[in-house]
Ligand binder design. Structure first.
Ligand code: 8OZ
Length: 369
């Protein structure tokens, strides 16, 4: 039987255990530049089998929120170098989550203050964060404009360039494509946000096209063995909705199966909420079976509020990896705590987004207590 503490091969990487630090937005990168404090934070968590960074914008247009990091300029790449170096020095491995928020930003965060971009000109019924007078403030997202089909190759190219920069320049062990939570790629997938009538809208094949093109471009650039992808078939996050997600996501994973990805990272249910949603049923076992039947060999990672017991159950049900989010905010030594059945520190939501070391690098590890 699998335990959380097996060594496991994930694409090109050999992980010391099945415990993954989930991507966690923390808004501590002014000007999108990763800091020494962020290096400390990630290095503290380096005993995870794999660290996935917080979502990281692949371009200025891809930015949605205050003080989230980027991956597009020299300063950002240099900032990340100190993070990857610190994680490697501490014996860990880290991939960066590649992010384009699409329709989620306020226009004040966009290049030239223009509208955010989206598959269709439909505003997301959600909020984003601006810093006003130094205070993070939730504001409605702005009305987006629909991307022209001619703009899409540039976006695909930007994903590819970011992946190359991540691995070749910033020193990451790989990348995770953010295909979840109602951001750009998920907006294209789902018919609640995609009403296009060109090759990128309408049929499942068309709605999946941008995600698959971006993934192929990244795999061509850095190899499938260093590439993972995160999907959230039924999350309502950021107003995501599809009227028939089962065939949509089975189509997506069947086509991902051909690309030799390191892993598929599945958010089960509502991001940060319930794993089972009566109003949005979904058969995850069928999704995994579709991926395997199409020849997919990547590790199957699950996420969303797992504890030790439910994580072990997920492994027994066939998952290969379990990603922990909130638990990793408050427990830098989560691996040791799970191994020894130690109690967990409780995260403080007041310090999740923005701020400094408090609620970030000051959660105690067991040996320091
Ligand atoms: C919380 C706040 C802002 C962004 C996601 C990147 O939901 C995020 C995110 C989470 O994937």
């Amino acid at each position: 039987m699998s335990s959380l503490f097996d060594t496991v091969r994930v694409g090109d990487l050999l992980l010391p255990n099945r415990i993954v630090m989930a991507p966690l937005t923390r808004n501590r990168a002014p000007d999108a530049i990763p800091t020494k404090l962020m290096a400390d934070y990630y290095a503290q968590r380096a005993t995870a089998g794999l660290l996935i960074t917080e979502a990281t914008a692949i371009s200025h247009q891809a930015q949605g929120y205050a003080d989230v990091p980027g991956l597009y300029g020299t300063e950002q790449l240099d900032g990340w170098k100190q993070v990857t170096q610190a994680v490697h020095d501490a014996g860990g491995q880290v991939v960066v989550q590649l992010w384009h928020v699409g329709r989620v930003p306020h226009h004040a965060r966009q290049p030239g203050g223009g509208p955010p971009v989206a598959p269709s000109a439909i505003a997301a019924k959600t909020k984003t964060v601006l810093i006003r007078d130094g205070v993070p403030t939730f504001v409605p997202t702005s009305e987006p404009r629909a991307l022209d089909a001619e703009e899409l190759p540039e976006i695909v190219h930007t994903y590819r360039a970011a992946a190359l920069n991540a691995v070749q320049t910033a020193g990451f062990d790989g990348v995770e494509i953010h295909g979840a939570n109602g951001y750009l790629l998920d907006q294209f997938l789902k018919n609640g946000s995609n009403r296009r009538i060109d090759d990128y809208g309408g049929s499942i094949k068309n709605r999946a096209r941008l995600l698959l093109e971006a993934t192929r471009a990244i795999v061509d650039a850095i190899g499938g063995g260093r590439t993972g992808i995160r999907l959230s078939p039924v999350t309502p996050a950021n107003d995501a909705f599809d009227s028939n997600p089962q065939p949509l996501f089975e189509y997506v994973v069947k086509h991902l199966a051909k690309l030799g990805l390191a892993y598929l990272h599945i958010i089960v249910g509502a991001t940060g909420g319930a794993r089972e949603l009566a109003e949005r049923p979904f058969d995850y076992a069928a999704l995994k079976a579709a991926y395997r039947a199409a020849g997919g060999t990547g590790a199957w990672m699950v996420n969303n509020g797992y504890d030790q017991a439910s994580a072990l159950q997920a492994l027994a049900d066939g998952a290969d990896l379990v990603a922990f989010g909130k638990a990793y905010i408050a427990n830098p030594d989560l691996v040791t705590r799970l191994a020894t059945n130690a109690p967990l520190n409780t995260p403080d939501p007041a310090t999740f987004y923005g701020g400094g070391a408090i609620g970030y690098t000051d959660y105690p590890a067991l040996q320091n207590k």
